[in-house]
Each structure stands twice: as structure tokens, then as C-alpha cells.
Design a protein around this ligand. Structure first.
Ligand code: DGJ
Length: 708
């Protein structure tokens, strides 16, 4: 039988799969215009001397039983047997851009079901495997991974490291021999290792180079690998990381991988991100009615645990005056929660703080025309809580060991039905008895020894978290949820199926936010990226920033303010009003357009922007992070506009750039386009550009472009 060749195709991307003897992706990359199935003949490989006498296809399961010697896609056993399966395709279903391949190993008693779906609109490929145990005896799964091939010229990895208050930091590794392995064992998507990476031609940048990117939609532990085999072939592999004994399949039972999302580009990282963003907007986000995302005021860095309803109402009044559209009461509203060492788990209103209940505050907020939101952290428990005193056995952990606390708290065992029911009942109480539009769902610690009744249970714990959120969303479809885990600790596509936005980081320092938000923008569009104007002196770093730099940095996300507006002086308040209004005027563009990150020769200048889908408008932020390298910063070239159209350039916001009678400042004379209206073509902007002014470190300017 001739092997079946299947092509999934979209205007941006093609995927070509040879389905026999088992599925092998022959090509994954930019769209091919004249492909014929017989073209794949050119890919029939040589068999070199000195190794196996047969060709070994790099299949979707990378089977070691075929002689692949690398990291296999299925690792498991049946009491020591059936540990090296080799799959043969038994059924192929190809419809539109969806491919389902069933493959069997009758000897090992296993079936592998591989689903590949290419989204025509975005070009994103979505894949998962399901392993089914067809024998009566139990099968233990140690690993179940998805494998994607890469071309030999993919020589550089860009992955992300991070930590609390410094998430999404990209780093690069040259891929030559061996490979790069990223493991996350922290029990949530994590601040440390975002479950995504890119591999590309050496030196790929925002606007240049070939790039292939993946993201594993999973909020638990993961393993990602970019490998170079000794024969030079390269691959990406992604999987949920299972703890010992975590996955056992009884006869007939199955296990699915999380969905893996993949995209590729010939023109650098921008095109890759735009595909992921398009995919998220069209297929993942469930934002009610696509209405504008309301500007937030979050109380946390304003009042922390000091909740006084009268004062909170004053904060709400002031917030409404500033243009805020949603007011959120953060941590501190429930019984005994006067500091972060007690009360998590006791989800009852603190009647000492709120003797008349929450209703007067909520009514006040609503009368001001704002929505109301509130903070919860359901998965957690403080040892100093009534819940812990009543149910110390509800804690997630291995019996017989002492669990370390994290932020003075333990995690609850969501696989315990009593725990699950308790949390559902308490959240149900909160949402049924109060007029709440929005829940900030926090998760402030890592998980050590996750176990239910002694057995490892991190995957099940993660699935129970999804189930809890799903149950609440079903009961309260009008309520929006934010995924927060000490800021950016749980950010991924799977949790985004269940929430509306992320709290990006606990760090509101505008300088740090510039890199954190840029890192997050590789995968996520601006509208899901919570970005707040924080206090002038940042609480996370003690650094001080002008309202201009803070306002412009917060502008490019789902904007909010996080401080006590009542205590702020006139200059700050005028700034809040200005940047909230600016955000609202640009919001339709920012939350629907194509994100661009612009390559610039001097890394001290960071430039990003958004271009309207029809290219008739754009907004560009030029941020000076540190001292510029040269006295003149050079030209800003703006890609993505219509080459033959003419655009009016407008300065939307700038810091004071020339200080008369002061020495030592940056400039004597501004570039001409900043002083008089200037119209140029999209081609000129892309190829030649605008002379930039000299900016001070930790300041930014905003440029608007409007087609004439
Ligand atoms: C961590 C969150 O990221 C903060 O924004 C705040 O909600 C605190 N937790 C409250 O405990």
C-alpha cells in the first residue's frame, strides 16, 4: 500500500503528514503554494553505514522500538512488560483541516489516537495524543509526549525563565548537539518556566528569521525539549510531566496529553505571535459579547488588609471620577484575614470589618456605574484557620511528612470530594448572595508532594481545579474570572479557556513590566494581560517612575490602577485621568490589532506597537529602558502599514524633552516631525523611518499613525 500523504493547509501554514507505517510529520512551516503529494519522494532519506540498516522515521510518538534512540513519546509498562511499543496506523480520518490517526500495537495492547487540527484562520496547529490500554491488565504510563520535527537550520532556542515579580524573561541557547530540556515541577504553569518556546534560524529576531514556536496548554507540571539527534535531525517535544505512579490505566482506560499549540513564521517572531494571538481571540477567549474590557481599580496595593467599608466607598467614588469602570476588593474581606498568616479557607464575610455586609459597598460601586469584583484564593488554607482546625487532613501532601508552608499556607487536596464540595458551596454562597461581576482567582504557592491518599496527584489536582472553575462558570456564566497566581504563576491557554484575563505579575514597576509584558506578548494578546498603574514608588522594587512612564506602560494591556486614589495628589490624579482616557480611546485598536515588536539596534530602546487589522491605524510606544548607547538614537522604522498609503504622524504622548536653562538634559532641538504635522507613506515608514528624539532612561513616548 502506498503511504497516505495528508496535507493540512491554511493561508499561512502547511502541515504534511505521511500516515504509514505510523504518522510522521514531513513538513511543518509556512504555506506552500504548489504542493503535490508526490513531492515528498524527495524526502526519502539515505541510510548511512555504521548504524541500523533501515531508515527510522521520526514519528509522532518517536518510538524507541523503531530504533530512534532519543526521548520516546510513550514510556510505560505493564508490570515490566509492554514497555517499548511500536505503532502501526490502522485508521486515518481526514476532514477539512482535521486529521485523526488511530495506530495500534496489538502486542503491547495499546492504541494511540493522534489528533491534529490546523486552524485555517490563524495557521496554528493544535495536537494531542490519547493512549488507550486495550489489555485487561493495568498499564502504567510514565511519559506521554507530542513530537514535532524541526529542520536542521533551526539552530537557536528562545525559552523563558523567570521568578516571582520577574516573569517571562527570554533567554537563548544555541542548538548544536544534544539539546535543551525544560522541566517545571512547581505544580502550576509557574513563574519560572513558561510552558512554551521558540526555535529558529540563528539570530532570529522580531522581524527576521525562520521560527517555529510551541505552547503546551497545561497548568500543571510540564517538560519541553528541543533536541538534536546524533544524525542531525531536530525535534520539539512537549508533555505534561507525570510524577511516579501518577498515571495508571486500567483495561479500556485512556490518557490524553494536553493540547499542544504550534505556529511557524518565515519573518521572525512578530508573525508567530500574531498567529497565536489570532488563535486565542477566535478560539479560546470566551469574553462575553466582546464588549470593551473595563478599566480596573484594584485595592491591593492601596489598602492591603485594612478594609473599612466607608473608606473603600470613598476609594470607589474617586475611582469613578478617574474613569475606572470596574472596582475590585482584593484580599482581606473574609473572617480573620487581617494579615497573610491566617484565615485562608474561611470563606465567610468578616462581619467585624463589614458589619452591614458587602451589599452597601457593592451598591455604591454600582451606583457609580462601575462593575464590582472580589478576590478569592480557594485552593489554599492557612494552618491558622477554622477550616484547618476542623479538617487538618484536607491538606494536600504525603501522609507522614511535614509539608513546608508557602506564604504561610498549605494547598487543599481538591481530589478529596469533601474539599471540592466545600469550596463549591462557599464560592456558590459568595456569588449567589452578592452582585459580583468579576472574580480575581489567586493561587499563591507552589506545590510540594502533591498526593491524594498517598498517591501522586498533581495531574488530578490540576484537573480538579479546572472542574471547580468550570462548575462555577456554568452556574454563573455572567461572572468573569481572572487567573492570578502571585501574578504570573498560572498563565497558559488551558486556563484561558476558563478565565478572561491574567494578572501578569505582582510587579507594577513600569521598567520591569516592559520586559515582563514583552515576554508575555509572544503568546498572549494585550487584552488578556492585566497591566496596572501602580504607586509612584513601586512596592515591589522601591523604584520611582513618573506617571507618564507608568501610564504608557500600563496602556498596552487590560488596563487598571492599583493604589489608593484617595491619597494621591493632583499631578498623579490628572495623570490617571489622562492615561485612562487615552487607553479608552485606543482600546478598540489595542484589543483587536496586530501586535508588533520592532527590532532596534540599541537594546536600551524597546519599541512595540499595534497595527489595526485593516492597516488604517497604528500606535507605537517607544520606551527608553536605560541610557541610550549613542548620542543619536537613529530612526524608528515601522513595519506592517500599507506601503502605498499615506499616514499622518501624531505625537500622542511625550515626556517633557527640552528643559530650558538646565544643563545635562537630553536635547537642544526636537526632530522636525515632532514640531509640525507630517504625512508620509507606509513604505517610507517601513524602509526609512522617523528620526527619534533622545529620551531619558525610564521614560516613553507614544506615536499615532492614521491613514489619510
Ligand atoms: C497575590 C496577588 O498577585 C496580589 O495581586 C494580591 O491579590 C495578593 N496575592 C493578595 O494576597
Amino acid at each position: 500500500m502506498e503511504p497516505t500523504i495528508v496535507r493540512l493547509t491554511s493561508p499561512t501554514t502547511d502541515v504534511i503528514v505521511r500516515c504509514q507505517p505510523f504518522a510522521e510529520i514531513l513538513y511543518w512551516g509556512p504555506h506552500l503554494s504548489g504542493f503535490m503529494p508526490e513531492d515528498v519522494l524527495t524526502l526519502s532519506r539515505a541510510v548511512p553505514n555504521g548504524r541500523l540498516d533501515v531508515d527510522t522515521p521520526l514519528t509522532l510518538a518517536a518510538e524507541s522500538g523503531r530504533g530512534l534512540f532519543g526521548s520516546p513519546g510513550v514510556e510505560g509498562h505493564r508490570d515490566g512488560y509492554d514497555w517499548s511499543p511500536v505503532f502501526t496506523t490502522s485508521e486515518i480520518t481526514h476532514q477539512d483541516n482535521q486529521l485523526l490517526i488511530l495506530a495500534e500495537d496489538p502486542q503491547a495492547g495499546l492504541q494511540l489516537r493522534s489528533e491534529l487540527q490546523l486552524d485555517s484562520a490563524s495557521g496554528v496547529l493544535k495536537m494531542r495524543h490519547t493512549l488507550i490500554n486495550h489489555h485487561a491488565a493495568r498499564y502504567w504510563v510514565n511519559r506521554l509526549a507530542l513530537t514535532l520535527p524541526l529542520p536542521e537550520r533551526a539552530g537557536e532556542v528562545m525559552a523563558f525563565h523567570g521568578r516571582w515579580i520577574r516573569e517571562f524573561q527570554p533567554h537563548r541557547i544555541t542548538l548544536e548537539h544534544g539539546g535543551y530540556l525544560q522541566e517545571n515541577r512547581r505544580g502550576r504553569s509557574s513563574h519560572e518556566y513558561f510552558p512554551g518556546m521558540m526555535v529558529g534560524s540563528r539570530g532570529f529576531s522580531e522581524q527576521q528569521g525562520e521560527v517555529w514556536g510551541i505552547h503546551l496548554g497545561w497548568s500543571g507540571n510540564h517538560r519541553l525539549r528541543a533536541d538534536v539527534k546524533t544524525d542531525g535531525r531536530r525535534l520539539l517535544q512537549a508533555e505534561a510531566l507525570y510524577l511516579p505512579g501518577e498515571q495508571e490505566l486500567e483495561g479500556g482506560a485512556s490518557l490524553s496529553t494536553p493540547w499542544l499549540y504550534a505556529a511557524s513564521s518565515r519573518t521572525g517572531l512578530n508573525a508567530l505571535s500574531q498567529q497565536f494571538h489570532r488563535y486565542v481571540r477566535q478560539n479560546i477567549l470566551r469574553f462575553p459579547d466582546h464588549r470593551p474590557r473595563p478599566v480596573h481599580l484594584n485595592t491591593w496595593e492601596g489598602i492591603y488588609f485594612d478594609h473599612q467599608p466607608e473608606y473603600i466607598m470613598q476609594m470607589a467614588t474617586k475611582s469613578a471620577e478617574l474613569g475606572v469602570e470596574r472596582f475590585i476588593i482584593d484580599d482581606g474581606w473574609f473572617r480573620g484575614r487581617d494579615h497573610d498568616r491566617a484565615a485562608l479557607g474561611d470563606w465567610y464575610l468578616d462581619e467585624k470589618k463589614y458589619p452591614n455586609g458587602l451589599a452597601p459597598v457593592i451598591e455604591h460601586v454600582k451606583q457609580l456605574g462601575m462593575e464590582f469584583g472580589i478576590w478569592v484564593e480557594p485552593e489554599m488554607i492557612n494552618p491558622d484557620s477554622d477550616l484547618f482546625r476542623a479538617h487538618p487532613d484536607w491538606v494536600l501532601g504525603l501522609p507522614g511528612y511535614q509539608q513546608p508552608t508557602g506564604r504561610f499556607q498549605y494547598v487543599l487536596d481538591l481530589c478529596n470530594p469533601q474539599v471540592f464540595e466545600y469550596l463549591l458551596e462557599r464560592m456558590n454562597w459568595l456569588l449567589s448572595n452578592h452582585d459580583i461581576d468579576y472574580i480575581k482567582w489567586d493561587m499563591n504557592r507552589e506545590i510540594v508532594q502533591p498526593a491524594h491518599l498517598g498517591r501522586a496527584s498533581l495531574t488530578a489536582q490540576t484537573e480538579q481545579f479546572y472542574r471547580l472553575l468550570d462548575s462555577l462558570r456554568e452556574r454563573f456564566p455572567q461572572v468573569e474570572f481572572e487567573s492570578c497566581a502571585s501574578g504570573g504563576g498560572r498563565i497558559d491557554f488551558e486556563v484561558l479557556q476558563r478565565c478572561h484575563r491574567f494578572w501578569t505579575s505582582d510587579n507594577n514597576d513600569a521598567l520591569e513590566r516592559q520586559t515582563i509584558q514583552r515576554g508575555m506578548s509572544y503568546f498572549f494578546p494585550p487584552e488578556v494581560m492585566g497591566s496596572h498603574i501602580g504607586n509612584r514608588q513601586c512596592h515591589a522594587t522601591e523604584r520611582q517612575h513618573s506617571i507618564g512612564f507608568r501610564g504608557l506602560t500600563a496602556l498596552f494591556g487590560h488596563m487598571g490602577i492599583e493604589l489608593d486614589p484617595v491619597k494621591e495628589g493632583d499631578t498623579e490624579q490628572l495623570g490617571f485621568v489622562r492615561y485612562v482616557a487615552l487607553h479608552k480611546s485606543l482600546r478598540p485598536l489595542l484589543h483587536s490589532g496586530d501586535v508588533i515588536r520592532i527590532d532596534h539596534h540599541d537594546p536600551s530602546t524597546q519599541i512595540n506597537g499595534v497595527v489595526a487589522p485593516g492597516q488604517e491605524r497604528a500606535v507605537i510606544l517607544v520606551s527608553q529602558l536605560t541610557m541610550p548607547n549613542h548620542q543619536l538614537p537613529g530612526n524608528l522604522r515601522i513595519p506592517g502599514l500599507r506601503p502605498d498609503a499615506r499616514y499622518r504622524i501624531t505625537l500622542l504622548d511625550t515626556p517633557p524633552l527640552i528643559h530650558q536653562q538646565q544643563g545635562g538634559h537630553t536635547m537642544r532641538q526636537l526632530p522636525a516631525w515632532m514640531k509640525q504635522p507630517c504625512d508620509v507613506s507606509g513604505e517610507w515608514l517601513a524602509q526609512v523611518g522617523l528620526a527619534l528624539p533622545v529620551l531619558d532612561p525610564e521614560s516613553a513616548m507614544l506615536i499615532g499613525l492614521e491613514q489619510l
